[in-house]
Design a protein around this ligand. Sequence first.
Ligand code: G16
Length: 544
Amino acid sequence: MNIRTVSTQPFLDQKPGTSGLRKQVSQFQTHHYLENFTQSIFDSLENCHGQTLVLGGDGRFYNRQAIQIILKIAAANGFKRVLVGQGGILSTPAVSCIIRKYQAFGGIVLSASHNPGGPNGDFGIKYNISNGGPAPEKVTDAIYARTKTIDAYRILESNDLDLDRLGTTLLGDTTVDVVDSVVDYSQLMESLFDFDRIHELLTSGQFSACIDSLHAVTGPYARSIFEQRLGAPVGTVQNGIPLEDFGGGHPDPNLVYAHDLVDRLYGADAPDFGAASDGDGDRNMILGRRFFVTPSDSLAVLAANATLVPGYRNGLAGIARSMPTSQASDRVARKLGIDAYETPTGWKFFGNLLDVGKATLCGEESFGTGSNHIREKDGLWAVLFWLNIVAVRQQSVETIVQSHWQEYGRNYYSRHDYESVNGERANALMDQLQSNLSSLSGQTIAHYTVKYADNFSYTDPVDGSFSANQGVRIGFTDGSRIVFRLSGTGTQGATLRLYLESYEPNSNRHHLDPQVALTDLITIAEQLAQIRSFTGMDVPTVIT
Ligand code: G16
């Protein structure tokens, strides 16, 4: 066995963001760049000698090359076994599922999630710990610290492995198992949902669905689960073949980027149900016929209906949401008499709550929903959850959401993104907001009175870890909110996110377009933050 120690120099831009390290492909292709980061991960783990690692990615450009490199570094660092998805393909939820099922030490997911792919697109790498979830900040901080001092990495000299053939090979002293990408995940789904009922629904001839994989990782999972196992007609899954550049698209399941699906669901002869997922399969968007379910509402509806689903029949321990996510799920928690948690943005903050059984369902406004079945958000899980509810209630998506609003009131919600803003200007906007916060409390703006104005911080109730500067929030006495934060997942310039929420108890006023219902808050946000002048943009890039 020939292990080479290669001298290297640190790169100073390897700080993991909201979800791992994301950069343009060209940056990852820089000599030693991926190698440095991978070695830094392994150096910051307690002892990876003799351990099992799970490895896979969303199939984007550079996935296969990166896997070959990581396999050789893992072998040189003494891992006993690596489970790698066939063809290098594993969705983020599947990695989480496999880590837990096989009690692996951790896993590496190669993805830049919803960011575009291809040679000119983005690439990413993130490390997940033994609970199957994203590494918490103390681990990512340690990785980052190591990237700043690294001077060598170890790599096995060996030929590339055949990633397409299932089976076991030896790489130095490391056993590499190329595993089926879908089967473990699909078994887990079958253990949670009423597959017989969903099968009945999908084969009844009375109900049609369209699942859009956006040429990203969920294609093989969705075809296997919905078309082969659950009997949906072939063609129910569209854009189901993972492509290295996602067919030139932007694998982000929202109303702007999943336009093929949106056109179908809002067109003539629209199907009853539509769903899309993102690059690595952890996000979801749910649509009814000519009806969009906001991710915040989706979490609330799933929570309110959870006992209709076998895996959640015994009820929920608690519901957690990220701070900018609407408060709709808090109302459900209150009614159910269970705890509601508010965490910073980033799935990693749910890990402890799930591990100790404080929360069962979690969700984020950024099209992420999930539960304690794994430690990542899970796109196809959310689709199955919705189909299970529809199958039991025998009602349309729209009727289910509207009756939810009737019972709980409607939390009007929208997010405005300003992408590719000059980084300095974006920071200046946030600084200016921050410096005015203390004077805002008690002020009346238009007909809103400010109840609190602060920069959100969070103390983890399980391990006491503290996270500051998680977003500026301005809350009003009627429960409305405006939140500002800078995204931690972009790769070019800064992305300003503006989150808007108002509460409407009166069901006669539940039919408004959210942009209309939120007009006053949009005006106040502009007044407070001077978005136009700081960003130089008159309108947001994306509104969801
Ligand atoms: C990641 C995180 C999510 C977060 C989202 C948006 O999702 O896992 O928890 O909500 O980014 O983060 P930001 O607002 O900082 O861009 P994904 O699907 O990109 O891994």
